[in-house]
Design a protein around this ligand. Sequence first.
Ligand SMILES: NC(=O)N[C@@H](CC(=O)O)C(=O)O
Ligand SMILES: [Zn+2]
Ligand SMILES: [Zn+2]
Length: 382
Amino acid sequence: MQRCATFARSYSAAVRQRRCYPASRRHLAQAAAAASGAPDELVITRPDDWHLHLRDGAGLQSVVPHTAHTYGRAVIMPNLVPPITTAAAAVDYRSRVLAAVPSSRSAAFTPLMTCYLTDNTAPEEVLRAKEAGVVAFKLYPAGATTNSDSGVTDFTKCLPTLKAMAEAGLLLLVHGEVTDSHVDFFDREKVFIESKLKPLLDAVPELRVVMEHITTRDAAEFVAAAPANVAASVTPQHMLMNRNALFQGGLRPHAFCLPILKREEHRVAVAAAATSGSSKFFLGTDSAPHPKHAKESACGCAGLFSAPVALALYAHAFEQADALQHLEAFASFNGPDFYGLPRNTDKVTLRRQPWAVPETYEFGESVVVPMWAGQQCPWSVV
Ligand SMILES: NC(=O)N[C@@H](CC(=O)O)C(=O)O
Ligand SMILES: [Zn+2]
Ligand SMILES: [Zn+2]
């Protein structure tokens, strides 16, 4: 709020001084930025998306180009129907993803595959996954989110497998929510940290763990204080939106994702952690497309499709926090460093050039409503 007021003031001052009316929204924004000393252009190392849902079939063809266009690599989530539970299935899925990459980016975009952890994943599967170039296993507590019915019911059943992962250098990516019906929906993440994540880390202290899509002050503080083998990915929606977005003038299915948006104090804490410059927090959009009709339903699916707009919105969130100087590390350095992979070497350019986010994008036979649909996004990826 404070920041918006400052912008508004400096914009009017700029217009007054020049005694003219800028011709376009871009000029308006640039005038405001110039008056506040903010940059109009950011050139950063090409980012990676460390948490992405691409689906399969015709939908996959529609969404892959949005990510391949901007990012060097993406960690591809395995929650298909049926889920990708084996190294062999991950290898097949990787070839379908690669076939959907536009030819202009085919040599430049690398999907990093994951496998879905179940109660029955054998330690040998971890070794096969390692051989196949799979980078991580994904822990979905059974029933916690979209397509998670085969998820883990009790992590102690997986201990030998988790130990094999630590030995092989594979990461564990965690959807950090409990599913007990007596736990308030908005407390699922906080309760998960105490009742599941801490015991898991005590049992396998050497395992590299990413707490995915953190949404609470509790998670931000937990990760910041944890040892160096624990990190977190952060989505644009959890930096920019609080739970009021779910009820703005009526029920808003396109703001529904899991973990669900939280109170403003949690948004502030998550945004502060992401923009702090700490190397423990990195970009993971959790872009999760669902057909428009599946969201606008009596029992709507969870997930925001952010791939076309996420990087620009992260820039917006970092600017709101006066922390644009930390955007590049968050988007392009902290993720590969944590995964033990090289950083990208080429660049992308963001320009202060507002654009109206389309109401829909093509999604197979259907359409998908993106995050920020119909709203102005102040930054563009050139
Ligand atoms: N984030 C979501 O709300 N949905 C994701 C699943 C997930 O990441 O939990 C999806 O696959 O649709
Ligand atoms: Zn999740
Ligand atoms: Zn996800």
